[in-house]
Design a protein around this ligand. Sequence first.
Ligand code: HEC
Length: 641
Amino acid sequence: MNQGIIAAATLSAALLAATTASALYQPSPGEALFDARCGVCHGPDGDERAPKRADLATRTPAQIIDAMTNGSMKPMAAGLSTDQMASIAGFLTGRPAAPAAPAPVAAQPKGPAPTIDQAAAAAGIGRGNPAPAVQPADKMCATHPAIRATATDWNGFGKDTIGTRNQRGTTLNASNVERLKVKWSFAVTGGRYGQPTVVGDWLFLTTGGGHAFALDKNTGCVHWRADIQPSRTSPVVQNIPGMTPSGWVLFLGDRNRDVQALDAMTGKPLWKTNVETHPRAVLTGSPVYYGDTLYVPTSSGEEVTASVADYSCCTFIGAVAALDAKTGRLKWKTPMIEGNRPTRKNAAGTQMYGPAGAAIWSQPTVDPKRGSIYVATGDSYTEIDAPRSDAIVALDMATGKIKWHAQVTPNDNFLVGCNPARPAINCPLGTLGPDVDFGASPIVHTLPSGKQILLAGQKSSEVYGLDPDTGKVLWETKLGTGGALGGIEWGMAADNRRLYVSNSDSGRPAPANPSVSALDPATGKVIWQTKAPRVPCNLARCNVAQSAPPTVIPGVVFAGGMDAWIRAYAADTGRTLWLYDAAARTYETVNGVKDQRAGSFDATGPVVSGGAMYVIAGYSGATGAIGYPLNVLLAFTVDGK
Ligand code: HEC
């Protein structure tokens, strides 16, 4: 709640002037529409996951309209005309939305109201290319040396196919990290983005602005830029002889649920496969590549339709798809829930469906020894039992058949905006769940005894050790309060000796514990724990939540916070070795932005390769910081050399 008060205090001066100018204040049409359609989640008492009004105010009108026409807010805006959407965007940003292209619409005779897609087209909004606040100018590389696999590569979200986020191939260590300085920076346009992948001297990036990039990892110059749909998945780069002249191929997933293969040397598209037709589904977890197959998880934004009276909720089912990497052909697809069917009608008479949910937010984990793929699932969207929600699920990697599942939180039935005090129209009946998805990839870990254990972290703040053969929970350790934005959000890291865990606990009640911990992978015992200190920060809100995934290198753990501070901890003691406030200064980026600011660390973590650590600040969403304009990739090296 106090987040809302602070957000309200930072509203634009113009808006405050308008609201205090007259006792007989009349809201503008945009404000009235916002209050009616958006306020339940984005208002001061709104949903803790929805960005506050002040955060939305920092985006461009085109970005707001894009969220309503192509993005996750499309169901919330159903039935709104182009002008109405423009008035909401104008109200939020204090800037006029781009005028609608009048000719084609005006020429139309009176007829049925335009569909959302037609409205978007009339407003001149292309599918998924929101205009960035600043259009950067890429600095193209003069030469394009061959891509070479090296021992210092970081490929995909988890660095490797078992999800360790452990980089041994680096010259950074406990005695030189205190000298880390920014060597170069690169403005990242659009909303959420994927974590970079580094292969040889090339760094690959996907952005919410609808681009894939290949950069020189040493200078940030651009080898190529390709137009794609906005993407949040980390690129996966493989050498598959015969697919391209060099053999190098980049795979990514986008917000239209398409998986795409590009030539990694040139950005040229090779194939595209739609893995999910559900209109509310999105791809957030990175694909993982193993043995000529891409394993692709599907997740969704259907969870935000609680207040949409004419939306038939809920029909999205999380799934894993296996694609032939060479052709994109679908080999198999396994849903996490069976038997979605009509159930009851909501109070407006709209047919409801269930069971649904079990989205997979994170990269699957490969266990070739057992022939298994492990995925971690999110909550259930309805009151109908979904036994593979909030679960770790093992699938046969050849056939997709489910081998076992371990559900840790039954009946976690939840939609965003459902609050027992004022239930929205599509909320699950009965007791609402705590919304404690698994958002982090499981890690396959080999203990000193040679025995293997599967490590998983949940938004409940619970960390689990499971038997990879059966799914039996061997130990569990609770690190904090947990909740929708609490607990383990996006990932963990493990080296030979310890499991490193960031516990978010954003805005949670006591015993909230935003912290970084090291656990014994055999027992779950906490070896050390360093609480996130409450220090001054340079963002609108100083949220100390540790939501971003940590990264480990020999002797050092890196972890960033939502307050834009990032720290290096000694891997054996948790002592802070280095700390840096990314928002304390501005950056002159390689791609031509003079005063680029930086925001929260969230959702993606540090990528270490050779002598450098790459990390993106500024993830948008409910991160307690302002969103889009603050996205910047920072490349740190010793002394900035
Ligand atoms: C039921 C709750 C709910 C309602 C109603 C709602 N939103 Fe949202 N909105 C959210 C959540 C939650 C997010 C964060 C999205 C996410 O986590 O993917 C969000 C995100 C956004 C974003 C940022 C999108 C992005 O990609 O970062 C915009 C812009 C937005 N909403 C605008 C609106 C507008 C305009 C309305 C009214 C027409 C609206 N929202 C109604 C819950 C809601």
